[in-house]
Design a protein around this ligand. Structure first.
Ligand SMILES: [Zn+2]
Length: 77
């Protein structure tokens, strides 16, 4: 199980399927991303806060922090 914050991940373009390695911004959600391959500008899916949550291998930093916090609460209980 993941136990540390991932800061680099791959985004998969929903239009052309190209994968791109990106740094996850630490303190903001990336709401738009333009594909380097097909130039499509895409947005998160409904209910997701950023493109990493929708199309990335890892969620955005705030989501990862929440997941880690939830895990450590479980372990401590
Ligand atoms: Zn693309």
């Amino acid at each position: 199980m993941q136990n540390e914050i991932i800061t680099r991940t791959h985004l998969t373009c929903p239009v052309c399927g190209a994968r791109e390695e990106l740094e996850i911004p630490a303190d903001m959600c990336l709401f738009f991303h333009t594909c380097a391959t097909c130039s499509a500008r895409f947005r998160p899916e409904a209910g997701d806060c950023c493109v990493f949550c929708s199309y990335g291998d890892a969620s955005c930093i705030p989501q990862q922090r929440e997941q880690l916090a939830a895990q450590s609460e479980e372990n401590g209980a």
